[in-house]
Design a protein around this ligand. Structure first.
Ligand SMILES: [Zn+2]
Length: 204
């Protein structure tokens, strides 16, 4: 019978291993399930917040909202297609931190681009968020890791962490040709209006 050498307890130094810190494990599992990096451009991996702030663990593994964006949850198959409303109009979104209801409003803007709207609440995995509200972001599936395939729509250029991008009732934001307005907001979720405006006339 052979004996195996007792492995040295390297894990005692685990507090220095990023994989065991914050949401890093969830981040790497996300990669294993096909998700790409949403952090800012390389080589500076410090620009975590450039594109999606802390709204996805695939952007900032140690952020205050360490889950996945609604679009990523749909990619993973965690949302049913019936929970994704496609097109324009007015509808009620239920927060992605809860089960059931419509989670995403998706307006296609091109062959591989779209504007996505979701409702976020400072509860469950997002309980550390400084506020709740409606998040609007653009996706471009032709982009990959660190190229900004998902970009939260900023409402204030000085708001590096994009927390101001969580919209309250009465607020609107424009993402290209798509205008999103939060009509009402209550304990059940948010009613949003999504309108597409034709791009400005271009010279022939
Ligand atoms: Zn990564």
């Amino acid at each position: 019978m052979s004996t195996l050498a007792t492995p040295r307890p390297q894990y005692r130094r685990s507090r220095y291993l990023p994989i065991l810190r914050g949401g890093w494990f969830v981040h790497e599992i996300g990669h294993a399930l096909s998700l790409v990096d949403l952090a800012g451009p390389l080589p500076s991996n410090q620009l975590w917040l450039t594109y999606v702030g802390q709204f996805s663990v695939m952007g900032e593994p140690e952020g205050l909202a360490p889950g996945y964006l609604g679009w990523e949850r749909w990619q993973l198959g965690w949302l049913d297609d019936q929970q994704v409303a496609c097109g324009t109009g007015t509808l009620q979104l239920t927060p992605i931190e809860r089960a059931g209801g419509i989670k995403l409003a998706v307006t296609p803007t091109g062959p591989h681009t779209a504007v996505v709207v979701e409702s976020r609440r400072a509860e469950a995995e997002d309980r550390a968020m400084p506020r709740s509200g409606v998040l609007v972001y653009s996706i471009d599936t032709a982009r990959t890791s660190h190229e900004g395939p998902i970009r939260v729509q900023p409402v204030d250029d000085k708001d590096e962490r994009h927390w101001q991008s969580l919209l309250s009732a009465g607020q609107s934001v424009r993402a290209g040709e798509v205008m999103v307005t939060v009509k009402t907001s209550d304990a059940q979720g948010d009613v949003v209006e999504v309108v597409r405006r034709q791009p400005a006339h271009t010279a022939q």
